[in-house]
Design a protein around this ligand. Structure first.
Ligand SMILES: CC(C)(COP(=O)(O)OP(=O)(O)OC[C@H]1O[C@@H](n2cnc3c(N)ncnc32)[C@H](O)[C@@H]1O)[C@@H](O)C(=O)NCCC(=O)NCCS
Ligand SMILES: Nc1ncnc2c1ncn2[C@@H]1O[C@H](COP(=O)(O)OP(=O)(O)OP(=O)(O)O)[C@@H](O)[C@H]1O
Length: 199
C-alpha cells in the first residue's frame, strides 16, 4: 500500500484536497478530526488534568481550550505532548485497517507533517497551497476565529514556501475547485506509475 502524506498550512485547502482523493476511493485519515474525536474520548482526562476547567459534560470544549492557549506558546507544547502520541496511535490503527482492506493507497491529512517529522514515514508528500491573501481571508471568515488566533497558529507552522519546497507534489487551491480536482487526478496517475517511496 502506498502511503501519501497531505499537508499545508491553516486554511490552505487540505480537507478539500483530501476529499478529491477520497472520490478516487483512497481512504483518508484526518489528524484534526482525530484530535476532535479524542476530545470526546481518550484525551479528555489527561487534557482536563493539564488544563483544569476546559472540559464540559465529559468532553473537551475546544473554545475553552483555545482560550487557555491564547498567548501562551508553552501551553501548546504541553498540549501537543499529550495529544500527538494519541493521534499517532489512531493513525497506525487506520493504516492497519486500510492495508487489511486491500487499499492500493491511503492518505494521511496531517497539518504538522513536516514539523513532527512524519514525512519520513510516508511514500510521498502532497502540499495544498494558495496565496497568503486568500488563505488569510478564508481563515478569518470562520466563526470564532480572530487575527490573534490565526497568527498564533501560523507561528507554530512551517512557512508555506518551505512546505512547497519540500513537497513531491503541490496542489494549488487558489484557482478554484476544478483546477485542484484535476491536479489530484494527475497526482494519482503519477503515483501509480512511480509506486512506493519517492522520498
Ligand atoms: C487549539 C485547538 C483547541 C483549536 O481547536 P479548533 O476547533 O478551534 O481548531 P482546529 O482544531 O480545527 O484547528 C484549526 C487549525 O489550526 C491548526 N492547528 C491546531 N493545533 C495546532 C498546533 N498545535 N500547531 C499548529 N497548528 C495547529 C489545525 O491544523 C487547523 O489548521 C485544537 O486545534 C487543538 O487542540 N490543537 C492541539 C492538537 C494539535 O496539535 N493538533 C494539530 C494536528 S495533530
Ligand atoms: N480548490 C479550491 N478552490 C476554491 N476554494 C477552495 C479550494 N480548496 C479549499 N477551498 C476553500 O477554502 C476553505 C478552506 O479549505 P479547507 O477546509 O479544505 O482547508 P484546510 O487546509 O483543511 O483548513 P484547516 O487547516 O483550517 O483545517 C474552505 O472554505 C474551502 O471551501
Amino acid at each position: 500500500m502506498i502511503v501519501i502524506g497531505l499537508t499545508g498550512s491553516i486554511g490552505m485547502g487540505k480537507s478539500t484536497t483530501a476529499q478529491f482523493f477520497s472520490e478516487h476511493g483512497v481512504p483518508v485519515h484526518n489528524a484534526d478530526q482525530a484530535v476532535h474525536a479524542l476530545y470526546r474520548g481518550k484525551a479528555v482526562d489527561p487534557v482536563e488534568a493539564a488544563f483544569p476547567g476546559v472540559s464540559r459534560d465529559g468532553v473537551i470544549d475546544r473554545m475553552r481550550l483555545g482560550k487557555a492557549l491564547a498567548g501562551k506558546p508553552e501551553n501548546f507544547q504541553k498540549l501537543e505532548a499529550i495529544v500527538h502520541p494519541l493521534v499517532f496511535e489512531a493513525r497506525q490503527a487506520f493504516l492497519k485497517k486500510a492495508e487489511a482492506d486491500g487499499a492500493e493507497m491511503a492518505l494521511l491529512d496531517i497539518p504538522l507533517l513536516f514539523e513532527t517529522g512524519g514525512d519520513r514515514d510516508v511514500d510521498c508528500v502532497v502540499v495544498a497551497s494558495c496565496d497568503a491573501a486568500t488563505q488569510r481571508q478564508r481563515v478569518l471568515e470562520r466563526r470564532g476565529m480572530t487575527v490573534e488566533k490565526f497568527e498564533n497558529i501560523l507561528k507554530r507552522q512551517m512557512p508555506d514556501s518551505e512546505k512547497r519546497a519540500r513537497a513531491d507534489y503541490t496542489v494549488d487551491t487558489g484557482q478554484g475547485f476544478d483546477g485542484a480536482r484535476r491536479a489530484v487526478d494527475a497526482i494519482i496517475a503519477d503515483i501509480r506509475t512511480k509506486g512506493k517511496k519517492q522520498r
